[in-house]
Design a protein around this ligand. Structure first.
Ligand SMILES: CC(C)(COP(=O)(O)OP(=O)(O)OC[C@H]1O[C@@H](n2cnc3c(N)ncnc32)[C@H](O)[C@@H]1OP(=O)(O)O)[C@@H](O)C(=O)NCCC(=O)NCCS
Length: 195
């Protein structure tokens, strides 16, 4: 059973339990070639069920501590993982922000499924986790990613040189962010609930 499930129109967003590692391993093994240009270089072992199970344990603790929400995109029957969207590096205090990363099965691109997943994930991060800012960054040539972020309302904030080591080299990234227009500081939330 996932630790959290958010049903959407055509898929379900789920924070997987460690014993669901097989679903995630199968997704990454199937998409190695598709994701390689947009990912850090990994060993083959990195995507084994055993290593994923250990990472899911760490991610479960991070979720419980409110530090990161790693969502799998599951088919509605919950039998297949078709993508992932990760809201990580949550910083509270005066920042109330996190980073977003995402990828989908090659065969599931071009259907608006990632947009559907991100709309649900962003709503959860803004409304339930009460974040003020989500940051998402992409390599300038990643046009699909650029279009997706633009449709979701992310705005360009800058350009970082040699920002991340992707596919074996330090690559520049376009920096974008989405601000929560309905953000309420935690103390405002409490006083509204008590009123
Ligand atoms: C980036 C990535 C997630 C984008 O996926 P995507 O399928 O293009 O994104 P969406 O789910 O929003 O689908 C949008 C497309 O579906 C089309 N579409 C079809 N039916 C649709 C529907 N019912 N609703 C919305 N859009 C629909 C849109 O017109 C759009 O097509 P276009 O790209 O030709 O303009 C995907 O390409 C990917 O995983 N890439 C590899 C990893 C990667 O780059 N990650 C990001 C690193 S920054």
């Amino acid at each position: 059973m996932p630790l959290l499930s958010l049903p959407c129109q055509r898929l379900t967003l789920a924070i997987l339990a460690p014993d669901q590692a097989g679903l995630e391993s199968e997704f990454y093994q199937r998409n190695l070639r598709h994701l390689a240009p947009w990912s850090p270089i990994r060993t083959t072992e990195y995507f084994s069920t055993e290593q994923i199970r250990r990472r899911l344990e760490i991610q479960a603790s991070a979720f419980e501590a409110g530090l990161a929400m790693h969502f799998a995109l599951l088919t509605q029957d919950g039998q297949q993982m078709i993508g992932a969207c990760n809201f990580s590096g949550v910083i509270r205090g005066a920042f109330q922000a996190c980073y977003l990363g995402y990828h989908i099965n090659e065969a599931h691109q071009g259907q608006g499924l990632m947009r559907e997943a991100l709309e649900a994930g962003i709503a959860y991060m803004f409304d339930t986790q009460n974040l003020h800012r989500i940051m998402a960054n992409y390599i300038p040539g990643n046009e699909r990613s650029a279009r997706l972020l633009e449709k979701l309302g992310f705005e360009r904030e800058g350009y970082a040189k040699a920002y991340l080591n992707i596919a074996g080299r330090w690559q520049d990234h376009v920096l974008t962010a989405l601000i929560n227009p309905a953000f309420e500081a935690p103390d405002q939330r409490w006083s509204r609930r008590l009123a």
